[in-house]
Write a protein that binds this ligand. Structure first.
Ligand SMILES: C[S@@+](CC[C@H](N)C(=O)[O-])C[C@H]1O[C@@H](n2cnc3c(N)ncnc32)[C@H](O)[C@@H]1O
Length: 214
């Protein structure tokens, strides 16, 4: 990874953390109360690639847990075995959290997220399901299956968070997730988003949070 890429990536991740806080908005107090009442917080990161966001995401959740001891567990999944190996090498295993009690544990699995229900080892009732740069345009049918499975893995009070590269792709993903039983809590545009070479494409351009419709 070049120094330029590394520094862009680090800045993207700082902005992602700000966006997570922003999109949580008024929902934050409710999410905090729930996390504070549980010993373990479980995150499923779908289509995570090499999961560069693993630390930012687990830190963000640990912040919400406050000073509560216990574990923040992240499970990442992607169809690409090489990216998953990289993620496991870089972030896999158990570590203490910085400046707070508790531990973080990350594990990564190669698998098809449109068939999550065939992965019994994942378990159910995740507190958060996360999809960074969901890819609706790259096969709407597959991504609708992925969204459906993602909603199915959420606990009743869990939250699904997505980010998107493009305006229109984000809009289509929001509509599809709502159709599949997601209730949109909030969606925010990232005013500091880093533009990429493709016109209209930028990093974590939009971030949205859902819960399951009752
Ligand atoms: C736009 S990339 C985003 C990767 C990563 N989340 C990021 O933000 O850098 C979309 C990812 O979806 C993964 N993907 C596509 N179809 C999938 C499927 N059926 N199951 C799991 N992952 C899938 C791809 O391998 C790719 O890593």
């Amino acid at each position: 990874m070049s120094a330029k890429f590394r520094s862009e990536d680090e800045e993207d991740l700082i902005r992602l953390k700000k966006m997570l806080r922003k999109v949580l908005g008024d929902d934050e107090a409710q999410v905090r109360r729930r996390l504070e009442s549980r010993d373990e917080t479980r995150i499923l990161d779908i289509a995570c690639g090499e999961c560069r966001e693993a630390e930012v995401l687990t830190d963000f959740i640990a912040d919400l847990r406050g000073n509560k001891d216990g574990e923040v567990r992240l499970t990442g999944m992607d169809v690409r075995a090489r990216e998953i190996e990289d993620a496991q090498r870089r972030f896999g295993g158990k570590r203490d959290l910085e400046n707070r009690p508790g531990t973080r544990e990350c594990e990564f699995l190669t698998g098809d997220a449109s068939k999550l229900d065939q992965h019994a080892e994942l378990g159910e009732n995740f507190d958060f399901v996360f999809m960074r740069h969901q890819n609706y345009w790259n096969g709407a049918k597959t991504w609708e299956e992925i969204y459906d499975q993602a909603l199915g893995k959420l606990d009743d009070e869990g939250r699904l968070i997505i980010t998107s590269y493009f305006d229109k792709e984000h809009e289509l993903a929001l509509e599809a997730i709502k159709r599949l039983g997601g209730e949109l809590i909030s969606s925010e545009f990232n005013s500091e988003t880093r533009e990429l070479i493709t016109e209209g494409k930028s990093v974590d351009r939009h971030v949205a949070i859902f819960k399951r419709k009752k």
